[in-house]
Write a protein that binds this ligand. Structure first.
Ligand code: BTN
Length: 265
């Protein structure tokens, strides 16, 4: 295992392989010291016929991509960048829930922290983002991209520190990226198997567990959809995972996409 105190060390892929023994997801494991985007690479490999479960990971993602066409910045070696190739036989909104849930559960297992989920799939600790998830589909292939701020500190980046944090900052000690990666992938492996084989009952179970972690419900929120802003109370989530928001004037909105921020008042 990589020295947990050497935060600049390359990912220890041999240790990660050992930690992933028995998991269907995470194999084959493709490690690239640097790559533009693990998700772009995973999609390229999937189009060439890569199997379900293939994982692309790196230490230095030079053009990481975020939701809604944004750039995903990370310091080399401090981010855990994981992209998995999947071919789910269940709806995308269920996969979104399963991935956020697995990241939260994996982080909890690896660190003892109790993350929450901000709709639709940001993972937060103490109200600050610790993980972003990008899910992209093309034909029958879905690439799940997961970026977790594991090591390092955002103290020198006040504009980021207001909204984001790292696992190491939250637990007050260095955290090995291999342990977090394995815990997250193993959690997703379990959820994915259950969803693939378990039909409607498995979907209902995932939704219920996701709702328990969802911190957005009951909050006063502002939702940015391009130029449009909607402000109101997040009252619930419909059967397809859309956020139900009621404005102060009573108007109801079904939110399918956008950036959600909790606001006071
Ligand atoms: C977000 O906007 O919150 C989603 C960020 C997703 C970042 C991850 S890092 C691994 C994978 N590769 C990418 O280029 N993006 C995702």
């Amino acid at each position: 295992m990589a020295d947990a105190h050497d935060e600049s060390a390359a990912l220890d892929t041999a240790a990660l392989e050992v930690l992933l023994a028995g998991s269907r997801l995470g194999h084959p494991l493709i490690y690239l010291p640097a790559v533009e985007s693990t998700s772009t690479e995973a999609m390229r490999l999937a189009r060439e016929g890569a199997p379900d479960g293939l994982l692309v990971t790196t230490d230095d993602q030079t053009r990481g991509r975020g939701r809604m066409g944004r750039v995903w910045h990370a310091l080399p070696g401090e981010l855990l960048a994981l992209s998995l190739v999947l071919r789910p036989n269940f709806p995308p909104h269920v996969l979104i829930m399963a991935v956020a849930l697995s990241v939260a559960a994996g982080i909890e297992r690896a660190t003892g922290l109790r993350p929450g989920i901000k709709w639709p799939n940001d993972v937060l600790i103490g109200g600050r983002k610790v993980c972003g998830i990008l899910i992209e589909a093309s034909g029958d292939v879905t690439v799940v991209g997961i970026g977790i701020n594991v090591t390092g500190s955002l103290a020198e980046h006040p504009e980021l520190a207001a909204r984001a944090t790292t696992l190491a900052e939250q637990v007050g000690r260095p955290i090995a990226r291999e342990a977090v990666a394995a815990a997250v992938i193993r959690a997703l492996d379990r959820e994915y198997r259950q969803l693939r084989d378990g039909g409607e009952a498995a979907r209902v179970a995932v939704r219920a567990t996701w709702l328990e972690r969802l911190v957005t419900i009951g909050q006063r929120v502002s939702i940015q959809q391009g130029e449009r802003t909607i402000t109101g109370i997040a009252e619930g989530v419909d059967d397809d995972g859309a956020l139900l928001v009621r404005q102060d004037d009573g108007r109801a909105h079904t939110i399918l996409w956008g950036d959600v921020e909790a606001i006071g008042g």
